[in-house]
Design a protein around this ligand. Structure first.
Ligand SMILES: Cc1cc2nc3c(=O)[nH]c(=O)nc-3n(C[C@H](O)[C@H](O)[C@H](O)COP(=O)(O)O)c2cc1C
Length: 218
C-alpha cells in the first residue's frame, strides 16, 4: 500500500547516481526538465512507484547553475556548512515508475525535477538524492495539459512539504551523505570561506562543522 499524500517516509531513501538521458520530453513537452537516474540503481529501490518529494545535490554542477539569482527567480537552494558552497542542496520532486501517460517506457525510471533554474543540462553529472515523502500515485491522464497541471501541483505540494528545511529537515540536509569536500581546483574565494570552517565533531553518521566566524570577529 502506498503511504498517504505528503506523508513522510519512515526512513528517507538516499541514492547516488550518474545522470543519464531519458526520452527528452521533460523540457520540450512538459516544461519540466528532469534528471534521470541510472536504471541498475533504480531497479534496487524498495519503494512503490509514485510521485515523491525530497532533496537533491549535484556534485559537478554546470557552471551556470548559480544564475538563478540574476534572473530574479525564487532561489530555494540550501547551503550547508557541511557541504562545499559549490554544491547546494535543492528541494526536488521525483517521479518513480513507468510513466503510464506514455506507452514507451520499458524500465522503471527515477526522474528528479530540481526546483531551481539551470541554463545547462547535467548529463553525466553525479546526483545525490534523498527521497523523503510521498505525494501521489503516477497516472495516465486525458490530455497532456492535465499531466502538466498535475505536475505544477506536485511542485506546489513539494514546496509546502519542504518548507523551513533548516527546522523540519535538518537531520537530512545535515546528513554526511551530502558532505562534499572542497575540490583542489575550486576558486580561491571558496577556499578562503572553507578555511574559516572547522570540524567540531565527527560521529558515525554526521559531520558537524561550525563556521569559526561564530567564535571570533575575524
Ligand atoms: C512531478 C512529476 C510528476 C509526474 N507524474 C507523472 C504521471 O502521473 N504520469 C506519467 O505518466 N508521468 C509522470 N511524470 C513523468 C513524466 O511523464 C516524465 O518526466 C516525462 O515524460 C519526461 O521523461 P523523459 O525524461 O524520459 O523525457 C511525472 C514527472 C514529474 C517530474
Amino acid at each position: 500500500m502506498a503511504p498517504d499524500s505528503l506523508q513522510k517516509l519512515s526512513k528517507p531513501v538516499f541514492i547516488s547516481s550518474r545522470v543519464i538521458h531519458g526520452f527528452g520530453r521533460g523540457s520540450k513537452k512538459l516544461g519540466c526538465p528532469t534528471a534521470n537516474l541510472e536504471h541498475e540503481i533504480v531497479q534496487n529501490i524498495d519503494l512503490e512507484s509514485g510521485i515523491y518529494y525530497g532533496f537533491a545535490q549535484l556534485i559537478d554542477p554546470p557552471p551556470s547553475s548559480t544564475k538563478t539569482m540574476e534572473k530574479n527567480i525564487e532561489d530555494l537552494s540550501i547551503h550547508r556548512p557541511t557541504t562545499s558552497p559549490l554544491n547546494p542542496i535543492y528541494p526536488t520532486v521525483f517521479s518513480l515508475g513507468w510513466n503510464p501517460h506514455f506507452n514507451d517506457v520499458k524500465q522503471r525510471t527515477l526522474e528528479a525535477h530540481l526546483l531551481h533554474s539551470f541554463d545547462d543540462d547535467f548529463y553525466n553529472s553525479t546526483i545525490r538524492v534523498a527521497i523523503c515523502g510521498y505525494i501521489r500515485p503516477e497516472r495516465k491522464f486525458n490530455s497532456l495539459d492535465e499531466l502538466i497541471d498535475t505536475i505544477k501541483n506536485d511542485i506546489r505540494l513539494t514546496k509546502i512539504a519542504l518548507e523551513k528545511p533548516e527546522q523540519q529537515w535538518s537531520s537530512i540536509i545535515n546528513d554526511s551523505f551530502f558532505f562534499v569536500p572542497l575540490a583542489e581546483n575550486d576558486d580561491s574565494t571558496t577556499k578562503i570561506k572553507m578555511k574559516k570552517m572547522a570540524i567540531i565533531n565527527l560521529d558515525n553518521n554526521n559531520v558537524h562543522i561550525q563556521n569559526s566566524n561564530n567564535n571570533n570577529n575575524n
